[in-house]
Design a binder for this molecule. Structure first.
Ligand code: DSN
Length: 400
C-alpha cells in the first residue's frame, strides 16, 4: 500500500486484534477467504436493483454473486425458495430492521420489543433510534425473579397493546428463545413476528439454538457475529401474507414488500464486496467444521460463566445457554462498576463491553454489568480449559 499512514494504522489494528483476548459478544474473526473477497474489484460496481433487474449495465457477474449468496443463505437455514426468500443487500443490522418496519408497520404504528436495558436493541423501538421516533415502542422487560422472558406476561401486553409487529431476538440475552411461545405472543395481537437473530445466527446455522423459521414471518440478522461473515445484514421473509394468511387478490408477499423497502425504499447500491464475502462465509457456515465450532462456542461460554460463578461472581439468570452472558460486577454496591471492570480488563488485554443488567439501578453509561461472549475466542481455537484459566484471570483483575 502506497499510503503508509493508513498502512501503519491497519497493521497496528491487526496487531492489536492478535494481542488481546476478545470477549466482545458481537465480534468474531473472519477467514482469510472472507477477507480476500472483501478487498476485491466488486467494490467498484454500482448494482442498484436486484439480480436481472438492475439500473446499471455491466452486472452480469454481480448478478451471479448475489444469486449465489441468496441460494447459500436459504440452504444454510434449510429454507425452500418456494416459501421463503432472502434479501442480502442490507448494509448491516439497523438498516435491515428499518427496512422491515418500513415495509410492514404503518407510520406511527406499534413495535413490541424488549427494552434496551434488559437486553434488547436500540432498533427495537428505543426512543433515541428511528425505530422509536417513527414508530411507537410497546416495551417488554424480563421477569424480575428469573431474569428470563416470561412469555405469559408478554402475551398479556400484546393482547392489551395490539402491536403491529412483535420482535424476538436480543443483544444480551443468555437464554434459549422459545419461538413457538413468541409466535403465540404475536398471535395474541394479530401481529407479525419478526425474529432478529443477529446474535445467534451462527448458533442457529450450527444447530446449537432452535431455528426461528417455523414460527417467524420475517427474520433479520447481521452477518458478522456468531455467523462469522463480513459486516452486513440479511432479511429473510415469507413468500405469503404472513402469520399463516394466504395472499388476497393482488396482495404483495411479505418478501416483495421487503424487497421494495430495501431498494428503492431505503438503500442505494448494494455493497457487492460485502455480498461476495457473505457468499463465502455462508458456504463456510454450512461445513461440518462450523457445526463443531458452534457447539464449542456454547461449551466455552458455559465453562467461562460457570467458573466465574464458582469464584463468586453473579451471572444474570444464573448462567447461559448460548454464546453470551452478563456478569453483575456491581452486585448491589459490593463490587465495582461495569465501566471500571471493562477498563481494568482492557488494561490487562481482555476486551469486553460494559452492559446494563436487567432492572439495573445504575446508568447505561456506567452500568452494573459486563457482557462476555465466547464466539471470537472459540474461532481462535480456545477450549473449556482455556476458559477456566481465563475466568481465574478475570477474577483476579476484578476483585476490589
Ligand atoms: N452492537 C451490537 C452488539 O454489540 O450487540 C448490536 O448492534
Amino acid at each position: 500500500m502506497k499510503d503508509t499512514k493508513v498502512a501503519n494504522l491497519l497493521k497496528k489494528e491487526a496487531k492489536r486484534q492478535k494481542s488481546v483476548v476478545n470477549l466482545i459478544a458481537s465480534e468474531n474473526y473472519v477467514s482469510k477467504d472472507v477477507l480476500d473477497a472483501l478487498g476485491t474489484e466488486t467494490t467498484n460496481k454500482y448494482a442498484e436493483g436486484y439480480s436481472g433487474a438492475r439500473y446499471y449495465g455491466g452486472n452480469e457477474v454481480i448478478d451471479q454473486i448475489e444469486d449465489l449468496a441468496i441460494e447459500r443463505a436459504l440452504k444454510l437455514f434449510g429454507l425452500s425458495p418456494k416459501t421463503w426468500s432472502v434479501n442480502v443487500q442490507p448494509l448491516s443490522g439497523s438498516p435491515a430492521n428499518l427496512a422491515v418496519y418500513q415495509a410492514l408497520v404503518p407510520k406511527g404504528g406499534k413495535i413490541m420489543g424488549m427494552v434496551l436495558s434488559h437486553g434488547g436493541h436500540l432498533t427495537h423501538g428505543h426512543a433515541v433510534s428511528f425505530s422509536g421516533t417513527f414508530w411507537k415502542q410497546v416495551p417488554y422487560t424480563l421477569d424480575p425473579k428469573t431474569e428470563a422472558i416470561d412469555y405469559e406476561a408478554l402475551k398479556k401486553i400484546a393482547k392489551k397493546e395490539k402491536p403491529h409487529l412483535v420482535i424476538a431476538g436480543y443483544s444480551a440475552y443468555p437464554r434459549v428463545i422459545n419461538f413457538k411461545k413468541m409466535r403465540e405472543v404475536a398471535d395474541a395481537a394479530g401481529a407479525y413476528l419478526m425474529v432478529d437473530m443477529a446474535h445467534i445466527a451462527g448458533l442457529v446455522a450450527g444447530g446449537e439454538h432452535p431455528s426461528p423459521f417455523r414460527y417467524a414471518d420475517v427474520v433479520t440478522t447481521t452477518t458478522h457475529k456468531t455467523l462469522r461473515g463480513p459486516r452486513g445484514g440479511m432479511i429473510f421473509a415469507r413468500r405469503d401474507a404472513g402469520h399463516g394468511n394466504k395472499l388476497k387478490d393482488g396482495e404483495a408477499t411479505l418478501f416483495d414488500k421487503i424487497q421494495k423497502s430495501v431498494f428503492p425504499g431505503m438503500q442505494g447500491g448494494p455493497h457487492m464486496n460485502q455480498i461476495a464475502a457473505l457468499a463465502v462465509a455462508l458456504k463456510e457456515a454450512s461445513a461440518a467444521s462450523f457445526k463443531k465450532y458452534a457447539k464449542q462456542v456454547v461449551k466455552n461460554s458455559k465453562a467461562l460463566a460457570q467458573e466465574l460463578k464458582n469464584l463468586g461472581w453473579r451471572i444474570t439468570s444464573g448462567g447461559t445457554d448460548n454464546h453470551v452472558f452478563l456478569v453483575d460486577v456491581w452486585n448491589g454496591g459490593k463490587g465495582i462498576t461495569g465501566k471500571e471492570a471493562s477498563n481494568r480488563l482492557e488494561k490487562a488485554g481482555i476486551i469486553v463491553n460494559m452492559n446494563t443488567i436487567p432492572f439495573d439501578k445504575r446508568s447505561p453509561f456506567n452500568p452494573s454489568g459486563i457482557r462476555i461472549g465466547a464466539a471470537a475466542e472459540t474461532t481462535r481455537g480456545k477450549k473449556e480449559k482455556d476458559m477456566i484459566t481465563l475466568a481465574r484471570r478475570i477474577d483476579k483483575i476484578l476483585r476490589k
